[in-house]
Design a binder for this molecule. Structure first.
Ligand SMILES: Nc1ncnc2c1ncn2[C@@H]1O[C@H](COP(=O)(O)OP(=O)(O)OP(=O)(O)O)[C@@H](O)[C@H]1O
Length: 303
């Protein structure tokens, strides 16, 4: 039997008698990128801190590569890389000094120079942490999380505050980390990030797992997997649109009519246009996104 990289079963944690993690269970397989999504206060950080051994569960089982983080500190430090928070790094430390310092905490560290090269940090080795751009800081945090040559790495809100280009660069790095065989536990607020990077996602809501699935699986659970939209002036009877097989919604707003449905709805819509000899203006067919599924699951408009 293979050991899961991370196993969490029946996790409970309360603060001052208030339950913030209420029976969370999930397993992360080796080499997976596993996402934890959820609104503010859902219990994501508390769950991840129990995995890191920074908090002790009130109840439940947590294992990282088979080790209990609350008991086997040394082993877990060896196999688990944790992303630092900005406040934990001295502003005057240069990139090279930070890499060397954190390498010295580990028995068998990765080669700091090779890691700096992999993460595009070689040109910045002599730059002090405080002078790095947001994207460069995050690259350094990824490097420091990998400096102990871990089998599992926890990345918590890695791209918050980055511009779209820097965010995409960081995503490519996470993909490279995954390709090197390291298991990634990723906490994020960004749907696009979760959709692009994660093999599976646990959506936490009020301390519980509201859903656990692949991004496509989660999207499939939301009512409409496809959206057909076209200029509202197109002469198509809304009643006929509502009668299309698989159609779950028909709305008109901002000069466009939008039909939510399935692949079957798209096919039937095209046949309807052909039968009636109608040309739909500014026609677009798009896939539903994780956003739609997330809002359905959490009933919350936080992003
Ligand atoms: N040390 C603590 N003492 C008391 N309450 C806490 C403590 N840490 C967290 N909480 C509370 O527990 C709840 C869950 O917090 P947690 O940080 O795990 O949620 P989260 O899903 O990570 O939220 P966010 O997205 O805002 O980071 C929140 O209501 C928070 O205020």
């Amino acid at each position: 039997m293979t050991t899961a990289a991370i196993e969490v079963r029946g996790l409970h944690k309360s603060y001052d008698g208030r339950k913030v993690v209420d029976g969370v269970s999930f397993e992360v397989g080796e080499g997976e990128v596993f996402g934890i999504l959820g609104p503010n206060g859902a219990g994501k950080t508390t769950t991840v801190e129990c995995v890191e051994g920074l908090r002790t569960p009130d109840e439940g089982l947590v294992r990282v590569c088979g080790y209990d983080p609350a008991v086997r500190r040394a082993e877990v430090t060896r196999v688990l890389g944790v992303q630092l928070q900005e406040s934990e790094l001295q502003p005057k430390l240069t990139v090279r000094e930070a890499l060397d310092l954190y390498a010295s905490f580990h028995e068998r560290p990765a080669d700091p120079h090779a890691l700096a090269e992999r993460l595009g940090l070689l040109p910045h080795l002599k730059v002090r942490f405080a002078k790095l751009s947001g994207g460069q800081k995050q690259r350094l945090f990824i490097a420091l999380a990998l400096i102990g040559d871990p089998r599992v790495v926890v990345l918590d809100e890695l791209t918050t505050g980055l511009d779209p280009r820097a965010r995409r660069e960081v995503w490519s790095l996470v993909e490279a980390v995954r390709d090197s065989g390291v298991t990634v536990l990723l906490v994020t607020h960004f749907m696009e990030e979760a959709q692009r990077l994660c093999d599976r996602i646990a959506v936490l809501d009020r301390g519980r797992v509201a859903a656990l699935d692949t991004p496509d699986g989660l999207i499939g659970r939301s009512g409409s997997a496809k959206e057909i939209s076209f200029a509202a002036g197109t002469p198509v009877d809304p009643a006929e649109l509502r009668a299309l097989p698989g159609a779950v919604s028909v709305t008109t707003a901002d000069g466009r009519t939008v039909v939510g449905g399935t692949d079957e709805t798209v096919t039937a819509f095209v046949s309807l246009l052909a039968r009636q000899g109608v040309t739909a203006h500014q026609l677009r067919v798009t896939d539903a996104t994780l956003d739609d599924a997330y809002l359905d699951l959490t009933g919350n408009d936080h992003r």
